[in-house]
Design a binder for this molecule. Structure first.
Ligand code: DC
Length: 226
């Protein structure tokens, strides 16, 4: 059995950053499942397929030529790492992710990431559906206002235009869609460690997660983040 740590939560909760740091500290593999849905959203847009066309979308998901390589996301060998990080790409991802057949088509693909020495899996349904047997499950949240503020700062740092109020309403809309879809909705897995990070720093969240890891796997070598 390959050890798996699942880190689920709403968009902007910091789970991407935390998952990356935890994977680094342990020397484990990392699955950014949101990136898969983001790439599918982009591929669908390019192919002119809407979220309502379930059969076409499922075919696209099965045939997706997606690779993660050296920190880059490649679609048909084109580096699309930056294209999938926009708010629009996140919304497109959330729409294609509603389709049950699409989610089913991506299950084995995601599970194949569980390779030695271990996997940190970041997403919405990692602990509930994709890796239900994971020994460590984290559910990371923060208020919608705080998450919008974090996103606002990120965008400003990149010199991009941002409007805080519209970010709050986009985040709420995405939460609503992710939490209320019929298959694999965003929710805390049973027995998850729930971390409410509104007033916590990244280091504080990381420490809580690594404490849990140390308790469950006492023999594991945990190095400091780079
Ligand atoms: O984590 P993220 O913001 O990159 O995810 C983008 C969207 O993809 C998210 O709004 C919903 C969907 N998603 C999902 O349905 N299941 C996952 N395991 C990961 C992401």
């Amino acid at each position: 059995m390959i050890p798996v740590i699942t880190i689920d939560g709403p968009s902007g909760s910091g789970k991407g950053t935390i998952s990356q740091l935890v994977a680094e500290c342990l020397g484990w593999n990392l699955l950014d499942s949101g990136a898969i849905y983001r790439v599918l959203g982009l591929a669908a847009e390019r192919a002119g397929i809407s979220a309502e066309q379930a059969a076409e979308l499922t075919k696209l998901a099965r045939e997706l030529n997606l690779n993660f390589h050296a920190g880059k996301v490649l679609l048909d060998n084109e580096d699309i790492s930056h294209l999938i990080r926009t708010e629009a790409a996140g919304n497109a991802a959330s729409k294609v992710a509603v389709v049950p057949q699409v989610r089913a088509a991506l299950l084995d693909w995601q599970r194949a990431y569980a390779k030695a020495p271990g996997l940190v899996a970041d997403g919405r349904d990692m602990g509930t559906v994709v890796f239900p047997d994971a020994k460590i499950k984290i559910f990371l949240t923060a208020s919608a206002e705080e998450r919008a503020l974090r996103r606002y700062k990120q965008l400003k740092e990149k010199g991009l235009n941002a409007n805080l109020l519209s970010l709050v309403s986009e985040i709420q809309e995405r939460d609503d869609r992710d939490q209320n879809r019929s298959v694999a909705p965003l929710k805390a897995p049973a027995a998850a460690l729930n971390i409410e990070s509104t007033s916590l720093s990244i280091d504080e969240v990381l420490e809580l997660v690594l404490d849990r890891v140390q308790k469950i796997y006492p023999k594991l070598d945990i190095s400091a983040p780079k």
